[in-house]
Design a protein around this ligand. Structure first.
Ligand SMILES: *Cc1c(COP(=O)(O)O)cnc(C)c1O
Ligand SMILES: [Zn+2]
Length: 566
């Protein structure tokens, strides 16, 4: 029974241009009435509203728990690899630094092929399987092709993957291992999409045509359903009479913006079913070198001017021409709130280090773009402290591209000089090993002392410093200890909290400055409150810099530290 082609009977395809409705079929690429490629899925929302609330709690937490809201007749356990149902992680330290206590990361890295494109591939491949389709075409900046290649292999569907030459070789190889046909197109992503579309047209093959492919947008909805269920479980019912929570912000790095399009569609449906009050605001972040949507938004234009030649290292985000998707999002965001913005590759790479070092999450640069966007918008006050913020943690970096780390991340222990000759499997002499290891520790890195009576603050500063560069870090938790540490270790820089019980920061400064041995140690004083004129007078000429707590992420701190350490 499950091997015979069937079609879902609960979903109607509705033309966005003429309103024509017909039963959904993946074989029908355009509206038979007006020829439009733009259609959307409609379900029986009244019926779903009446039984989903009781049915959902019985089901496993994966993407198929919402199968009645997907264009498939039935879930496909035989091709499933555990897609969807990813954890919603709280970013406690980054949130503390940005003063955003409700900052969350929807960890799509934990999908079968490590990006949220698995949702799109799992649902589309299930749709094709049901319709008896055995071959398909996709154009990709990498992750879509990887996801499709895996699910196509599992379902026995042949995949033609058109990749732009910007895609890192490692990702191309990942596509190839699954047996997909890889076609590398030397050109932009927009050109690659055109080549793939022409190929599919000539051969009469199913094409994943982005927002024009109904299963693609439908699949992305599951992100939103999951987020709202998870937030409700964590934070309780929203208290507005609706059973499910909406985050204040949904944040994502965007290329073609299929994710946000699906998320908006999901919230529209959740509203129709009476599950939520409203959709979230969207913060959609682009890479500065390819930011047609952010540009258009800034000029308040409803149509985006295509970027012909994207200039970004982040190939995943290289859609130069967002077309109608931008206009659809523009309209929704004008109604429900939100913003587009862009960040530089530099800012993204820095955010990538911060997230890895502070939260233990290694993401790909495209995902870090969203994190850099949150940092920017929180600083600008666009995202506010009480807001519940969910970042779509779109994907894992695999493997880490060399230009992101540079070549100074590894330290070597070389014992080859001690071994006597070729082929001799002799234990290295203990002396050699000991001296090799001692040179590891002795490497000259700047020494910074952190002085703060509040442990979480010390941990936070330590993480920030570790994300900025390589330092030896000592800590002291009160003024007396700080003075002893400075005399004993003579650090290259002291980050000193002014407000401490007993011996406070002011006294520490006076003591260190009056001792010739410690008088020259640079000090950056840190304060949580504005100083009185008397306090300012006491500091005058005594320190190199005064900083407000919470300002630690600024480039200013980094520049200051670099300048002070020479
Ligand atoms: C596809 C992708 C994006 C962009 O997603 P869209 O919603 O299609 O714009 C961002 N990050 C990663 C890791 C991706 O794979
Ligand atoms: Zn039509």
């Amino acid at each position: 029974m499950s091997n015979t082609p069937s079609s879902p009977t609960h979903v109607v395809s509705e033309c966005l241009d003429c309103g024509h409705r017909e039963p959904f079929s993946p074989l029908q690429a355009t509206c038979p009435k007006c020829g439009s490629e733009w259609r959307t899925a409609r379900y029986d929302y009244d019926r779903l509203a009446s039984y989903l609330p009781a049915a959902l709690p019985q089901r496993p937490f994966d993407l198929w728990r919402y199968h009645e809201l997907l264009p498939v007749a039935q879930p496909r356990p035989e091709i499933s690899m555990g897609e969807g149902g990813t954890p919603l992680l709280r970013l406690g330290k980054l949130g503390m630094m940005l003063k955003l206590p409700h900052l969350y990361f929807k960890d799509e890295r934990q999908s079968p092929t490590s990006s949220f494109k698995d949702r799109q591939a799992a649902v589309t491949i299930a749709v094709l399987k049901e319709a008896g389709i055995t071959e398909m075409v996709v154009a990709s900046t990498g992750n879509v092709a990887i996801a499709y290649a895996a699910y196509a292999a599992r379902a026995g569907i042949k995949l033609w993957a058109f990749l732009t030459s910007l895609v890192p070789a490692e990702k191309m190889r990942e596509v190839a291992i699954y047996g997909a046909q890889v076609i590398k197109v030397t050109g932009t992503y927009d050109q690659t999409k055109q080549v793939a579309a022409e190929f599919a047209r000539q051969r009469g093959l199913y094409l994943d045509n982005g927002a024009r492919s109904l299963p693609t947008v439908e699949a992305m909805k599951t992100l939103a359903y999951e987020i709202s269920e998870q937030l409700t479980e964590r934070l309780g019912a929203p208290g507005n009479g609706f059973p499910w929570r909406t985050p204040t912000w949904f944040v994502q790095s965007v290329s073609g913006a299929l994710g946000p399009l699906g998320v908006f569609k999901a919230y529209e449906e959740l509203q129709w079913m009476g599950f939520v009050e409203s959709p979230p605001k969207m913060a959609l972040i682009q890479s500065e070198g390819c930011a047609p949507m952010a540009q258009a938004w800034k000029q308040d234009r409803r149509v985006a001017e295509p970027v012909r030649l994207p200039r970004t290292h982040i190939a995943t985000l290289a859609t130069g021409d967002p077309g109608r998707v931008y206009t659809m999002l523009y309209d929704s965001m004008k109604t429900h709130g939100g913003t587009f913005t862009s960040v530089s590759d530099e800012e993204a790479f820095r955010a990538m280090h911060i997230l890895a070092k502070m939260e233990g999450l290694s993401v790909e640069p495209a995902t870090a773009v969203a994190v850099a966007g949150v940092i920017q918008l929180a600083r600008q006050g666009v995202i506010q402290p009480d807001d519940v913020v969910v970042i779509n943690g779109t994907g894992h970096t695999m493997p880490i591209e060399s230009h992101i780390l540079g070549n100074r991340w590894i330290r070597k222990v070389d014992l080859s000089a001690q071994s006597k000759g070729e082929g001799e499997a002799e234990e290295p002499p203990a002396d050699g090993l000991r001296s090799a290891l001692s040179t590891l520790a002795a490497r000259e890195v700047p020494h910074i002392a952190i002085v703060d009576d509040h442990e979480p603050a010390r941990i936070l500063l330590r993480r920030v410093l570790q994300s900025l560069g390589e330092f030896t870090i000592s800590e002291a938790s009160d003024g007396e200890e700080a003075i002893a540490l400075a005399r004993r270790e003579h650090p290259d820089l002291i980050l000193l909290d002014l407000m401490m019980p007993k011996t406070d920061g002011f006294q520490v400064i006076e003591t260190l400055r009056s001792d010739p041995h410690t008088a020259d140690i640079p000090i950056i004083a840190v304060t949580a409150k504005t100083l009185t004129p008397e306090e300012e007078r006491r500091l005058s000429g005594q320190i190199e810099k005064l900083m407000l707590k919470g300002d630690f992420l600024t480039d200013e701190l980094l520049d200051e530290i670099r300048a002070l350490l020479g």
